[in-house]
Design a protein. Structure first.
Length: 155
């Protein structure tokens, strides 16, 4: 599900890839399933999403902004302050105006399973909770930051 919504976001920001969709490739690697073995039978899958944009003539910053905006809603922990893993990218320079770009994102998707009265199961993709901090909370004179700093500064 997440790859489809990210593809739509990239195509909306970079319309050249709508007219020539073969230049935008996505595939999943290193997938794993995690299940807590609870009664509700829900699970999470984790994977690396690979994105390749071939013959890209735009500004790479537009692609990164698009991915960052998408991550704010769909995988916000990758943007958290101090998130040292973020995401990776590689650029192959074709000429002074053209590059091939490759981006790797470590993503997860959570699935809730609900048993219906007729014995069938309903699967629901759960949204990622918005857990980004407000920019105002990170200001040097923000009350919350001062309180936390004061607590940690105590002997």
């Amino acid at each position: 599900m997440k790859p489809n919504t990210l593809r739509a976001a990239i195509v909306a920001a970079l319309p050249d890839f709508a007219t020539d969709p073969d230049r935008l490739a996505m595939w999943i690697e290193k997938g794993s399933i995690n299940s807590p073995l609870t009664a509700n039978r829900g699970f999470e899958w984790a994977y690396t999403l690979n994105i390749t944009l071939e013959n890209f003539c735009g500004q790479p910053a537009i692609l990164f902004l698009t991915i960052n905006d998408w991550l704010r809603t769909n995988q916000p922990e990758l943007l958290q302050p101090g998130a040292h893993h973020g995401y990776s990218h590689e650029v192959d320079v074709i000429d002074e105006n053209t590059v091939d770009m490759h981006v790797q994102l470590s993503l997860t998707e959570r699935i809730a399973v609900t048993r219906q009265s007729d014995g069938t199961d309903t699967l629901e993709h759960l949204d990622d909770a918005a857990c980004l901090l407000s920019d105002s909370l990170l200001d040097d004179d923000a009350p919350l930051l001062k309180s936390v700093t004061a607590i940690w500064a105590q002997p």
